[in-house]
Design a binder for this molecule. Structure first.
Ligand code: FMN
Length: 155
């Protein structure tokens, strides 16, 4: 398969997941990995699977990822998009009010998926999420292994 991994990351956690996916996929596929601000086009050609990863910030993807997703185009009708985000485990937020606000506000993966589906591009379900312990990280134990298992099931 021809695979493109596009991610954004502020503190490096979403990038670590993207790198793990790249290392897993490169054994059997032609894979490229790019930070979203290094993409000089939103028209992706001859790609079978795009993997998009963004931190959830303010219930949404980052601005560069939001822009990218909005203008994404493909020349391959059969192309699929697999989507993950990174986020705080809301059950670990001590204040009940803050916990409810974070959970009800939603997450980057859902918002990216909605825009992509509205274009008629196929989204791989279920969407995935990986958890950080604090906003700046690190990822919770076992999340990179979970990332590897997730992508092995999809490819
Ligand atoms: C300004 C800001 C807003 C955030 N908003 C949310 C949020 O709405 N929901 C959530 O679960 N985590 C939120 N977080 C935690 C981020 O998801 C976390 O920083 C991110 O997963 C780290 O990924 P990165 O290292 O790739 O930047 C927020 C963090 C920051 C700094």
């Amino acid at each position: 398969m021809n695979i493109l991994i596009i991610y954004d990351s502020v503190f490096g956690n979403t990038e670590k997941v993207a790198q793990e996916l790249y290392d897993t996929l490169k054994e059997n596929n032609k894979v490229e990995i790019r930070k979203v601000d290094k993409m000089n086009t939103t028209m992706v050609k001859e790609i079978d699977l795009i993997i998009l990863g963004s931190p959830t910030r303010g219930f949404s993807p980052t601005k560069p990822m939001t822009q990218f997703v909005k203008s994404l185009e493909t020349d391959n009708d059969a192309m699929k998009v697999a989507i993950y985000d990174t986020r705080i485990d809301y059950m670990q937020i001590k204040s009940r009010l803050a916990r409810n606000i974070v959970h009800k506000g939603g997450y980057a993966n859902q918002k990216m998926a909605k825009v992509i589906k509205n274009k008629g591009i196929r989204v791989v379900e279920p969407l995935e999420a990986f958890y950080v312990i604090e906003s700046e990280g690190p990822l919770k134990d076992g999340e990179l292994k979970r990332a590897k298992d997730w992508i092995e099931k999809i490819q």
